[in-house]
Design a protein. Structure first.
Length: 369
């Protein structure tokens, strides 16, 4: 991914370099910062549904992924770009996002072929870097704190040199966050909307909780801890429909797994999607059951590493709280106004691309009474 996006980042770095980059980026994902993003997340979710009409058929996966990309752009650049630059950034980020998954999977020589898709990707990647660099230069010249994530990144320092992070580093972090965070969040939102349409009782229980807790107010950050059933719905979706199908790690020392002795410096791959559907860990694993997370004794009996919605250890996703807040805010905002029902004769199945995502998810929008 670092090669495809043109620079290493906290997601792609390893060892001491990863720890250093993570410390630089961590302040932008603190509790206090995420709480300020909720209004922007809610606004983007509302904007997503502004042109929906009763009976309109929505491509849910495409819509949720675009919304997630818009949320990232809004929270990173809320006040650092003018409207024209912001719209250009959204457009070019979308092109990079659509092309990055295939590039990561293809051999290096395929990137050098004179194909229209390669030219579009390279042009948009260069444009994103140029827009971000201009924003970085402008903020540093003005010494103005806009309060968005970009301002947070610019206050970070390289702990080995004491120097501010470079514009190139900032570009690499933002591009990687866009690729690693938008399709994953969009896919999880899509699966949840799919499951709510298949489970009317779950949908009704969720609406009852939202009505009891929020009454007629828009959701705020302070409301989220009180929406316990919503949290269980999201957690169950992260279990049953995890977006990770291939994650690689390298052994640092010789280890033994089952009957196998594995030497140091061996590349291993594991599949979170399969792990979360293991019947020895999760009874009736293919059933969408948010209430399984009410059983505290069962949860505490799960062995370490059985449930990895955001990974674990030093490489645990740095944006886990951001993602959970975005998913909860978007679901609350969208489902209070709209009910989505599956298109007829549609068979939804998981497919593995950059993430495990719905194959096709067309749904008809109806206003909530």
């Amino acid at each position: 991914m670092g090669q495809v996006l043109g620079g290493d980042s906290v997601v792609t770095a390893a060892g001491a370099d990863h720890v250093r980059k993570r410390r630089q980026l961590q302040p932008a994902f603190r509790h206090a910062e995420i709480s300020r993003y909720v209004d922007l997340m809610r606004d983007q979710a509302t904007q997503t549904t502004t042109d929906w009409k009763p009976g309109r058929v929505i491509d849910v996966r495409e819509t949720m992924t675009k919304m997630s990309l818009d949320v990232l752009a809004a929270t990173v650049f809320a006040s650092s770009l003018d409207e024209q630059a912001f719209q250009q950034l959204q457009r070019h980020l979308s092109t990079v996002l659509n092309g990055a998954g295939s590039r990561i999977m293809l051999p290096d020589w395929a990137e050098r072929l004179p194909l229209p898709a390669n030219r579009r990707f390279n042009t948009s990647r260069a444009a994103v870097r140029a827009i971000i660099t201009d924003a970085v230069d402008g903020l540093r010249a003005s010494e103005h704190n806009t309060g968005d994530m970009l301002s947070q990144l610019l206050r970070a320092e390289d702990e080995t040199t004491g120097q501010p992070v470079t514009a190139h580093q900032v570009c690499s972090e933002i591009l990687t966050l866009a690729v690693a965070g938008t399709e994953t969040t969009g896919s999880v939102l899509s699966w949840i909307l799919h499951e709510l349409s298949r489970n009317p009782e779950t949908d009704q229980r969720l609406q009852t909780e939202l009505s009891d807790v929020l009454e007629d107010r828009p959701v705020t950050f302070e409301d989220l801890p009180r929406l316990t059933f919503l949290r269980n719905v999201i957690t169950e979706a992260l279990r049953l429909h995890h977006t990770g199908w291939l994650v690689t790690r390298r052994t640092l020392t010789p280890i033994r797994l089952g009957h196998w002795d594995i030497p140091a410096d061996t590349e291993l791959a594991y599949c979170q999607h399969a792990l979360h559907r293991d019947p020895t860990l999760f009874p009736d694993p293919l059933r969408f059951d948010p209430d399984r997370w009410l059983d505290e004794s069962w949860k505490t009996s799960l062995p370490d590493g059985a449930f990895l919605p955001f990974g674990a250890g030093k490489h645990k996703c740095i944006g886990d709280h951001f993602a959970m807040t975005e998913i909860a805010t978007a679901l609350t905002t969208i489902t209070r106004s709209w009910r989505l029902t599956p298109a007829p004769d549609q068979k939804v199945r998981p497919i593995a691309r950059a993430t495990v995502r719905p194959s096709t998810l067309l749904m008809t929008a109806s206003p909530r009474p």
